[in-house]
Design a protein around this ligand. Sequence first.
Ligand code: GUN
Length: 292
Amino acid sequence: MSYKLLDGKSTSLFVQEEIKTEVDRRIANGDKRPHLAAVLIGDDPASKAYVGHKVKACNKVGFDSSLIERNTNISEQEVLDIVSELNKNPEIDGFIVQLPLPSHIDSQKVIEAVDPSKDVDGFHPENVGKMSLGLDTFKPATPAGIMTLLNHYEIDTEGMHAVVIGRSDIVGNPMSSLLRSNTSPGNCTVTQCHSRTKDLKSHTLQADIIIAAIGKPHFITDDMVKDGAIVVDVGINRISDPSKKSGSRLTGDVDFENVAPKCSWITPVPGGVGPMTIATLLQNTLKAADGK
Ligand code: GUN
């Protein structure tokens, strides 16, 4: 089968262009520039890179951005104080606290401290609840970005069997919720698999659409995928590659080379889901600024 790429890079540029046009319109109208703040705790290289991409994307579309960086040894109370300041600061429309946080900090406590009207990650229980009820709210950027990507390529998922692999609050759970919702795209029958699922392959072989959010390089192999399936790879894994100057490269949860020929559509890594996450965070920030 000849597959087609779900090109997240070009789709995200399209979304960013739309956002920039809207920002320009607002500025011409005398409105405030949208302002996103990001809190980065510790020195995890992947988190640093993601937050760097987010800040850079803000600048590209004409948003103001602030990066608040602190050492790993910051106390939980100090993080809560930063959140409280951002909640109060009228300049800041929305903000994120990059996860994971160091293990001595209770992430849930921090998430619940964020003002839901500035929670552009959509992680606060109030926003999670609203999303699962189908109410208008901030949706987590990775699964919402995947929905935008499917929509951009006019893929009608109605009635499809979606198999979501992963049950994180950032991807797997909200992804299942969005795919089964009465929307377009959406209206899927969803099976959600996870690390304790028995005989994963028996499920994935039934899938019209597979969302792989496992965090293990090349975990999804060609024998697990039926002909004509749509495969969305959320994994971003760094593996060693002596042929690269850096000695490593990024790869997904899907064995792209062998799986792609079986697919109707597939996302590349990099250039698939990652850029869509960033574009969606910008959309959420625009929405947060709207609410003012
Ligand atoms: N860590 C991995 N993905 C995300 C995300 O979308 N938002 C935040 N805050 N942290 C993350």
